[in-house]
Each structure stands twice: as C-alpha cells, then as structure tokens.
Ligand binder design. Structure first.
Ligand code: ADP
Ligand code: ZN
Length: 747
C-alpha cells in the first residue's frame, strides 16, 4: 500500500499536528462506494489497520455507515486531518484486481457511474460478515416437567429427533407439520437441548473426471479445441455454432471439465435461469453434483452463502443470469454464454449493459477463454467470427442423425382461418394428424393473455393504459385487463368507459388464452395447456410443466417464448407458429434478425427425438426474407443479406449507435431538455444525431420519454463524444437522461 505524506497540509503551517500523525504516517485510501457517485472518496486509515486494494470496508458517509471497496491509494487533495477514518475491514477475501478493473471498464463503456456498477458487485452486503452459527436442537434426557402435556404435535417433533440429527426449529416444524412455537415450547420445557451448528460445509463439488458420453468425431474435435483453449490460460472468444440438437452442450461440458481440472472457476450464463431446470438436471447427471445458481429468485440466505463461497473460491461452477458476471470470482478460468443471441442478456434498467459483450470484456481482462454458444448467433457475433476476431467452431448436424424439421409456410391470405379463429385449415389438418399418430404438438404465439386489444363496437374507443403508450391486454383467466409494461391491472369494465354502452366491448386479435379456447373447441379430447410466464407461477411450476410435456402428459401446448428455450421434448413433432409476422412490425433495426432467431429456435423444438418434425409458419408475408430463409433452412444466406443491408445503412455492427433517453413526469420539461440536447448534439460529416423524437413508448410508467439517437462510424469513441455532449446541457433533477450504448430495444 502506497502511503502519501501530507507534509505541507495547512495544519502543519499553523503548528497543529493532527493526532494520528503523532502515531504514524498519514495513510489514506480511496474507497469506492456502491452509490450513485462519480468517483471514489478518500478515507483515512486508522493506525493498526492494514488495508489492501480490493478490501471490503465500512466507512462513514454523513450520518450513515456504508460499505465500500478500497479502490487504490488515496490521492485527493482534502487535508488528511479532515478525512474521516475507515471504520473496519470485513473478513472476506479482497475483490480481485481483475474484477475492479472490470467494474471500471463497464462503467466507462456503458457511461454508468462506477459506484452503480459496484453496486451490482456488492449486491449482498450481508455476505461480507461471516455467517452466524445457527441453533439446532436435539432431544434431552430430561423428563417432562409436571403439568406438561405431550400433544400430538409435540410427540411428532420428539419422534423426529429420536432417529435423526439435530435440526433447526424451522426444519423441525416443517417436517413435523406444526408451528415453530411447538418446537420453542419443547425447548423452554427443557425437552430439547440447543446446540450450535456451524454453517453447512460446502456442498459436493462437480467432478471433472466423471466420464461423459462418447462424443461424435465432430463433437470430439470441437471439445479438444475448447480444452486446448482452457489449458492455454489465455484470452480467446470462441463461437460454438451448431443447429439446435447438434450437441453443443455436451461439447462445452468438456471445456468445463478441463477448467475444473485446473482447479479454476467456471461461469455459465443462461438467458433465463428460471427456465433452465433441464439444464441443471443434465449438468448434475454429467458432473455428479449441481452447479451453484445465481439469479433473482434466490432466497437471501442462498445469495449470501453463494456470494461468500464464490469469493472464497469454494464454488467451482456458477450458472446464472447476467448479474452473475459481477460475482467476486476468486479465480475465474472460463466463461460460457449459452444462447448468446438472446435479448434477455441486455439489461435495460439501471446500468444498461449487454451481458454477452461485458462477458467478452471480462474474459479479455482476465486473460481467459469465453465460449459463445448459439444455433442462431447475433449478427454482431457472426460478423466478428467472419472477420476472425472470434474463432468459429462448427457442429454441422443434429446429434444421432436426427433430422432438422421441415419448415412450411401457410399463406394466411389464401389459407384463411374462419372468422374469429386463428388456425388455418391446413394447420388444423396437421394437428389432427399429429394427434392421430399419438404425437405431440406445440402452438407458438408470443403474446400473453386473451386478446391484445379491447375495443368498443359502438364508439370505437380502445382501452389504453393511463401510464403507458400501450393497449390494455385482456387476461380472461385472471378476469383482468393488464398493462404489460407497468403492471397495471383492473377488472374488465361492464360498459365502455367512453360512451357508456353496455355489452359493446370486443376482444380483438388473439393471445395464447384465445388460442387455447380454439384448441378446446377443435380438439375437445386433447390434453392441452398454456405455457406462458403469467400462467406459471415461479420456477417450480415451469419445471413441472416442462416435465409434463417431456413425459407426454400433454398433447398440445400453447406457449409464448418461455417454451422456445432449449427444452428437449422427444415426442414433439409439430410446431405451429400462429403469427410469424408478429415481431416484424415496428421497424426495429433488429426486427428481422430477432424474428429469424426466435422462430428458428421455436422450430428447433420439433423433431428432436427419433420422429421427424414439421413446422408451420402462419404469415401474411410469405415472400418476406425472414420467411423465405426459414422455409429454405438457409440461415447463412439470411445472415449474409441482413449483413449487407446493415453495411449499406452503416448500422451495427458496421456502425455504432447510442441512444439518449430523456424522461420525466413533466412533459414540457422533458421536451425542453430534449430540445436543448438536440441543439447541442455533436454533428459532423460522419456523426449524425436523430431526434429528439417521442420514444416508441412515449409514456412509460407515467414518465414521458423522448429519444435521441447518435449514429457514428465503427471505431468512433462515442463515449467521449457523448460525455462532451452531456456537459453542455444542464439537466434539472426532475428529468433523467439515460445513456444506452449499443441500444437493442428501441422502446
Ligand atoms: P444442443 O446444445 O446443440 O441443442 P445438446 O447438447 O442438447 O444439443 O444435444 C441434443 C441431444 O443429443 C441431447 O439429448 C443430448 O443428450 C444428446 N447428445 C448430444 N451429444 C451426445 C453424445 N455424444 N452421446 C449421446 N447423446 C448425445
Ligand atoms: Zn402501463
């Protein structure tokens, strides 16, 4: 630790010697706090405290005490006598240097205050203190005190302890099916004796040397290559590219095994960990123990234990959502990003970042390999692989020779569903045949609820969310109208709120609930179910649904994108996409790419077992590039055309974009700031700023939103450009300006 001596501090000149200087040198450190602050603050190090960069500390901030991380030697100009002192250091391994550099890098790249990035890395302050031992009970030999009644519940608790280890009050209550007070009562009566349990020792570790399946020659070659990269302990980004079902997961398991063999940690990012039960099972079977999970559904205790164990290097494999990137890995040796093209990797709130891109940066800083896995890579990734910045490893066919599904287009202009029905006659016929064969079908519609729009047949009024630029969606099962943006829910009115007529409100268009209604009408004997994020409450329900489908307890599943993910359903041979055009509306830069990726992935659910699959896409635009490419199975042709279009328009990945979102509750004020930003915008021969314009969701959760879009050639240092731009405009506290570097969604 470098100490700085404040020899010419004003205190010296006046002849006052600060107390601490009598005891030793003036040591100060700069401490980054997980708060919206631009920089780290200097603190004095009290005598006897030896601090290293990366140490987690407690420091005073105004009247409060907050946690922080020692970011480096102090350097500020504040006179040391006026600096506040660090209160204490936490007994946990310091944050490794690579993570600190990563936090600084993410902050600079995304133009987020470093403290706000740090906040994601110290998301569990309780983990900084060692866990307290818990109190468990075992049975004492004491006789029941006089008058103590042995109720049935009490007897059950005692019986549990007659043959079992000591357990906590809540465990005993759970197992005995009684309240905790019953256990407490027994303890007070002296029938139970408390013992201190040390925190559970680490759970079993995945074993790298367990044999995996015999790999096909293609898989083996890919696995050998990845293994080599892991052993080289150097940075490399590898794109593992192969159709759904080609065995990519088995291949990257070999890379994980290689990393575990070196005794280093592995991070596996999955887009939606709540949907990943099959993945977790499979991992546990392959390696004999489950990985540690990291996502927002964990309990506080699990978060605390996991964070701490990761910091101490006691957890070898973490599988998690994007936030797992910011765990304090002691010695990270490999990152896997599965389904790397998935939009869920983009965090749109708070610090706006793309977890895949940040993961590549993390691998680079840590000099470790990263594997991006996808059957339909992001165009960015494709282009990087084509230009050899990334190394492409290709798995050509489905494992075991399973055929890719046959994709057929249904032209809804010719093959029309009956009025107020949504399934074309040819799709209905295919469904009938699939059911007759005893096989399974899935209908895909990426729209929750019953109907996306409710309108009054008398006056034409449309039911809209008061807080957002969005229609209210009818959820018939829940008997509600809902806004999918702000969560507003209200009962369906009896009368039109505009004209007051009764019985005139009509549902327009289908959501999954309405398709389920049609399925029940067409196939009353089929076992059908809806699979959408709002019909399944929590990961358990999703797991149970996935199991039911896999075990063929259902004939027809009607689902949103929660069912598009990498599930493996051997009996599923028919996929019908109800509205293949849905994602193409709106003119988003990535609309075509995303629609292709989503529909390809949905299609990939069909025919994964021994029976071949067929996919029907219902569309009004069968001639559209996306539909044609899907029908022809011509992925690379699609990417090439899409890339050419982007190149011509100088759009990402051939140009750069950044968005400024200006928002606030006062529309006039928001407009004023947006206009001022527009006037101050950097413009040149190569840099253009579009807007301000109302953001497509011009009203979101009660905030008015305007957007400015900066477009610049690739290689432009857009962060410094934007920083200079923002400096010129004063933003009142009631208005927020958010920077989205590399925007994905154009909401
Ligand atoms: P992907 O990740 O490319 O979609 P998976 O790794 O999930 O593909 O493989 C598809 C299916 O084939 C899975 O059920 C998997 O268990 C099986 N599989 C893949 N490779 C092998 C292998 N070498 N031996 C046996 N089964 C395999
Ligand atoms: Zn709303």
């Amino acid at each position: 630790m470098r100490a700085s001596h404040a020899s010419s501090a004003p205190a010296d000149l006046l002849g006052h010697v600060p107390l601490h200087q009598e005891r030793g040198p003036d040591v100060r450190v700069s401490v980054l706090l997980p708060l919206p602050l631009r920089e780290a603050y200097d603190y004095r190090v009290p005598p006897g405290l030896d601090l290293q960069p990366g140490d987690y500390v407690e420091v005073p901030l105004g009247p409060r005490r907050v946690i922080g991380v020692v970011w480096g030697p102090g350097g500020g100009t504040v006179e040391s006598g006026r600096l506040k002192a660090v209160v204490r250091r936490f007994d946990v391994p310091p944050m490794p240097e690579v993570e600190r550099r990563f936090i600084d890098w993410v902050a600079a790249y995304t133009m987020t205050m470093p403290g706000m990035v740090l906040k994601m890395a110290v998301s569990v302050p309780a983990a900084l203190d060692p866990p307290k031992p818990t109190i468990a009970y075992h049975r004492s030999t004491a006789e029941p005190p006089p008058g103590f009644k042995l109720t049935e519940a009490r007897k059950r608790v005692l019986a549990l302890l007659d043959d079992g280890p000591p357990r906590t009050a809540s465990e005993l209550a759970d197992e005995a099916g009684c309240g905790v007070t019953v256990v407490r009562g027994l303890a007070e009566a002296g029938m139970l004796e408390p013992v201190l349990l040390q925190p559970a020792s680490a759970s079993p570790h995945p074993e790298w040397d367990r044999p995996g399946p015999t790999l096909s020659p293609d898989q083996q070659a890919s696995a050998d290559f990845l293994r080599q990269k892991v052993e080289a302990r150097a940075y490399a980004t590898v794109l593992l590219d192969g159709v759904t079902g080609s065995g990519k997961t088995e291949v990257y398991y070999e890379a994980i095994a290689a990393c575990l063999e070196q005794g280093r940690q592995v991070l596996v990012l999955l887009p939606e960990i709540a949907l990943s039960a099959q993945w977790l099972d499979r991992f546990a079977k392959r390696f004999g123990a489950p990985p540690a999970e990291w996502h927002s559904d964990l309990t506080g205790a699990a978060r605390r234990d996991t964070w701490r164990a990761v910091a101490k290097g006691e957890i070898p494999v973490v599988v998690g959502a994007r936030s797992a990137l910011f765990l304090p890995y002691r010695d990270l040796g490999l990152i896997i990003v599965d389904e790397e093209h998935d939009a869920a990797y983009k965090q749109e709130e708070g610090a706006i970042y793309h977890a895949r891109d940040m993961a590549v940066a993390r691998a680079h800083l840590g000099q470790i390999p990263i594997v991006l896995v996808s059957a339909t890579p992001a165009l960015e990734t494709q282009v990087n692989a084509d230009s050899r910045r990334y190394i492409r490893v290709h798995l050509p066919g489905r494992h075991g020779g399973a055929m890719l599904p046959d994709v057929k287009l249904i032209d809804l202009r010719a093959d029309r569903p009956p009025p107020r029905h949504w399934l074309a006659p040819s799709l209905k016929k295919a469904l009938t045949e699939t059911l007759a064969e005893g096989e399974q079908a899935m209908l895909f519609l990426n729209r929750r609820g019953y109907a996306p729009l409710t309108l009054c047949r008398a006056c034409g009024h449309r039911l809209q969310c008061p807080n957002c630029t969005a229609w209210l969606v009818e959820h018939r099962l829940a008997r509600k109208l809902q806004c999918h943006h702000c969560g507003l829910a209200q009962p369906l009115p009896e009368a039109c709120p505009n004209c007051g007529e009764h019985g005139t409100l009509a549902a327009c268009g289908p959501g999954v609930e309405r398709i389920a209604e049609e399925v029940a009408e067409l196939f009353p004997d089929a076992r059908a179910a809806i699979m959408a994020s709002d019909t399944l409450f929590g990961p358990k329900a999703i797991q149970e649904m996935i199991r039911k489908i896999a075990d063929h307890e259902l004939d027809i599943v009607i689902g949103t994108q929660v069912m598009a993910k990498g599930h493996h359903f051997p009996m599923l041979t028919l996929v019908g996409v109800v509205d293949a055009d849905l994602g193409l509306a709106g003119g988003d830069l990535r609309a075509g790419e995303r629609t292709y990726q989503l529909l390809h992935q949905v299609a990939g659910r069909a025919g994964r077992g021994e029976r071949p699959g067929t996919v029907y896409l219902q569309t009004y635009m069968p001639e559209h590039l996306v539909m044609q490419a899907l029908a022809a199975g011509d992925r690379d042709g699609f990417y090439q055309l899409e890339a050419e279009m982007r190149l011509e328009a100088a759009m990402p990945p051939f140009g750069r974009l950044a968005a400024l979102i200006v928002s606030g509750e006062d529309a006039a004020l928001v407009d004023r700031v947006a206009m001022a930003l527009g006037r101050a915008a950097p413009r040149s021969d190569t840099v253009a700023v579009l807007g301000p314009a109302p953001a497509p969701l011009a009203l979101l959760r009660g905030r008015h939103r305007r957007r400015l879009l900066l477009k610049a050639p690739r290689g432009t240092p857009i962060q410094s450009l934007i920083a200079g731009w923002l400096e010129q405009v004063e933003v009142p506290p009631a208005v927020r300006v958010q920077v989205d570097v590399d925007p994905y969604s154009f909401l």
